[in-house]
Design a protein around this ligand. Sequence first.
Ligand SMILES: [Fe+2]
Length: 281
Amino acid sequence: MLARLGWGISSLAAAPVVYGGFVEPFFLNVRRYRLQIADLPAAFDGLRIVHLSDTHYGPFVPLLHLQRAIMASNALSPDLVFLTGDYIQRTRRAIDPGIGAFSGLHARIGVYAVLGNHDHWESESLCRDAFRRISVPLLDNRHLFITQSGVQENASKHPTLCIAGVGDLWEGWVDFEKALRGVPHKQPRLLLSHNPDTAEMVPRSERVDAMFSGHTHGGQMSLPGLGTPFVPSRYGNRYAGGLCKGPAGPVLVSRGVGMSVFPLRFLAPPEISLITLARKL
Ligand SMILES: [Fe+2]
């Protein structure tokens, strides 16, 4: 009787660990948002953006999980895909397959990316090379203008949307002024930044209509009654995940696709975000 009771109690105690280690990390939820943007040209009303972040291909995340995320993104028929960093985990050998896999992404207009702290920790230059090989532009501290059919150098010819990015807060260089230099103030701009804490650094003179970030993984673990004890941010839970309010505007923080630090997710499942833009009237 006592042995059975002991077995039952230890099974109950092990269940969350088994769930958090082997079940939840391989969910892939699609989280949908509708984002109203002031001055959005009519041509971009209804634009569909898939946001993928923190894929962390490496010892904790098999290639199959990454490929499932890419297939799920393609199934959403996006116009744009934004990738916001931390593509690999713990080994340089992950760089080529972990970034090269994004060549399978389909987006009508294009795929744009910034690097995260883990990419710098393994090799910034090898990550840049890997993105160059698959022709995905890295937008650290720069911008470009997209039209309905592609990219152009300036905002003058057709209705355009500005897509910008800054470098990683921990390991790169964050320069909003350089990233947005020369962008007309009337021009709506979307900005990629791996670390959402940079939302607090947007200069008051700059306009950022929406930021797209990752890094915090939704805490990766959310404990009933205790919340999210491991959020790597100076601002506690403010940017743990979801549609957050930054000083300059909304910050969409993805919980990410993979795992880092510990191979566990609990009540903070992986996600893909689908954002539909709408004109703010
Ligand atoms: Fe990460």
